[in-house]
Design a protein around this ligand. Structure first.
Ligand code: HEC
Length: 114
């Protein structure tokens, strides 16, 4: 009996604050968190690289190098990555990443960071 009284102290308030605020702030941010950036870069190398070549110089899929993408609008590339290309081997990545993350990835592909 005396034990259960002690448990009711509001010691969880900081935890509650963080669990409420962290997801909200990640919706506002357009840039993925550093941990998520690492995940996305690994995915780019392993999953995208399986078809586009490990160094993205092209394979079964076309090259994704800055010079190959130069003439292509962001919207086309973002939609291709999110939705895939019907009738081609390019799969949709919508289940695995958000539009903001795809926009960031396209920036990476354009040579912004890598
Ligand atoms: C199963 C093979 C495969 C995988 C995996 C794959 N792609 Fe593709 N991708 C293709 C093919 C094939 C095309 C060309 C589609 C066409 O002919 O229109 C393509 C096209 C594209 C294009 C359009 C290029 C252009 O020049 O118009 C982009 C951008 C792209 N892929 C990015 C990605 C990214 C980013 C990933 C990983 C998240 C990925 N792809 C994973 C096969 C793949």
């Amino acid at each position: 009996m005396w034990l259960s009284k002690g448990v009711k102290k509001p010691i969880f308030s900081l935890h509650l604050f963080l669990t409420l605020c962290l997801p909200i702030s990640s919706v506002w941010a357009t840039e993925p968190s550093p941990a998520r950036q690492t995940e996305l870069l690994n995915l780019l190398k392993n999953d995208c690289g399986a078809c586009h070549g490990l160094t993205l110089q092209g394979g079964m899929g076309p090259a994704l190098l800055p010079e190959s993408l130069a003439g292509k609008p962001d919207e086309l590339l973002v939609t291709t990555i999110l939705e895939g290309r019907k009738g081609a081997a390019m799969p949709p990545w919508k289940p695995f990443m958000t539009r903001d993350e795809v926009v960031w990835l396209v920036g990476v592909l354009r040579g912004g960071k890598r």
